[in-house]
Design a protein around this ligand. Structure first.
Ligand SMILES: *Cc1c(COP(=O)(O)O)cnc(C)c1O
Length: 399
């Protein structure tokens, strides 16, 4: 997955271009920039790649998710349904707006279970946030249907699935708003960065203004611009955008390599009947950023993960006990450890987390291993890795 693996002349050229010209900010300084607009160029490239009308670059994937919610008016007291398996950014973004994260189970897709979503809807629910984890996606048809019936927003976090598709539509472009991260370890990187994409003009205008202190971006004098509403600073810099601009041009190459390496590993693991691959919904094609599979039980998965580590097979995650991605270790959320007071509404709204069990999520995450697919592996390295993985899994299964 990480695009940084293949950094080269293209990235250097774009960054030097910005440095030599000297304007590091994406807005204003029209007279000084001699036609250099890296952030704008990258936004246009994103619109084309992800087949949407509008794209707004921001400083991170976390700010992208926050902005997506804010631009559609999600705020104090609103409930947002999100999965138990995701990155901490999901609840951070929801809570930053004073809204309440409602965590629900995942299913064999490793993303939101539509049944669990439906069961969690209340009169306060405003949005459903599907997180396309580890290169694949949720059942978008089912989720769209639920959102349509209940008049809910569908927010799509495609930070880990850049390049995946569902019924030939790019992931990120299916929900009302889609979010990407271009942090250092994502398929395309800016160093730090993110984007919101949408076909809704009003949401886009809101994104454009909100991410820059509410500036209306009319005219050529920043100081004279008006502020139709309150905003914040989620801006990306020209330097970061320059790296992303070089990287997005290479996305087809990155996806080709991911698919090739993924295919070789998957074929090797297919020999083992006990290995069951994660379900990809009908009509979906993964981005191949990760190879995900289930082992028969928690014990086997724990042992295989351990043996992978001792045999030098890196990048395979058993998320069951992982701090970043699974609810089991989010004690700071369950205990609401905050530097500043949190509203009574959110505190009450999150009380359920102290006692709620997510047995269905445990069932899937406990047995799942998720292996990062690198771009820089040689064919020989992939073959050796595949053989080693098969050997380790067989050994653990037979003991
Ligand atoms: C990386 C990631 C984010 C946040 O992105 P940052 O750019 O690191 O803030 C959000 N959601 C998911 C699923 C991610 O993997």
């Amino acid at each position: 997955m990480p695009g940084f693996e293949l950094f080269g002349d293209a990235e250097r050229k774009e960054v030097n271009d910005v440095l030599e010209n000297g304007v590091l900010m994406r807005y204003g300084f029209d007279g000084m920039r001699n036609g250099h607009w890296k952030a704008k160029e990258l936004e246009i490239a994103l619109q084309k790649s992800f087949k949407t009308k509008y794209a707004q670059l921001v400083s991170s994937g976390t700010t992208a998710v926050t902005l997506a919610l804010a631009s559609a008016g999600v705020g104090a007291g609103d409930e947002v349904i999100m999965p138990t398996f995701t990155f901490v950014a999901s609840f951070e973004a929801i809570m930053a707006l004073g809204a309440i994260p409602v965590l629900v189970d995942i299913d064999e897709t490793l993303t939101l279970s539509p049944k669990a979503v439906e069961a969690a809807i209340t009169s306060k629910t405003r949005a459903v946030m599907v997180v396309q984890m580890c290169g694949s996606m949720g059942d978008m048809t089912a989720l769209q249907k639920i959102c349509h019936e209940h008049k809910l927003l569908l927010i799509e976090d495609a930070c880990q699935a850049i390049g995946g598709t569902y019924n030939n539509k790019p992931l990120g472009s299916i929900g009302d708003l889609g979010c990407f991260s271009f942090d250092f370890v994502k398929t395309i990187t800016c160093g730090e960065g993110g984007a919101v994409i949408t076909n809704n003009e009003q949401y886009y205008t809101n994104c454009d203004h909100y991410s820059d202190h509410g500036h209306d971006h009319i005219g050529q004098d920043r100081g004279a611009e008006t502020h139709p509403f309150l905003g914040y600073n989620y801006r990306i810099s020209e330097l970061h955008a320059a790296v992303g601009l070089a990287q997005i041009k290479r996305l087809p190459e990155f996806l080709y390599l991911q698919k090739k390496n993924y295919g070789m590993l998957r074929e090797a693991l297919s020999q083992i009947p006990e290995v069951v691959f994660r379900t990809v919904p009908e009509g979906g094609e993964e981005s191949y950023a990760f190879l995900n599979f289930f082992l028969p039980d928690l014990e086997t998965a724990t042992q295989v993960a351990q043996e992978f580590k001792t045999s030098g097979i890196d990048g395979c995650f058993h998320y069951y006990n992982n701090n970043w991605h699974y609810i089991k270790k989010w004690d700071h959320l369950k205990e609401l450890k905050s530097l500043f007071p949190i509203s009574a509404e959110v505190r009450t709204g999150l009380e359920y987390l102290k006692t709620k069990e997510f047995l269905q999520s445990d069932h899937y995450i406990g047995r799942n291993l998720s292996c990062l697919i690198k771009l820089s592996w040689t064919e020989e390295e992939v073959k050796m890795r595949a053989n080693k993985m098969v050997e380790v899994i067989k050994k653990v299964l037979n003991t």
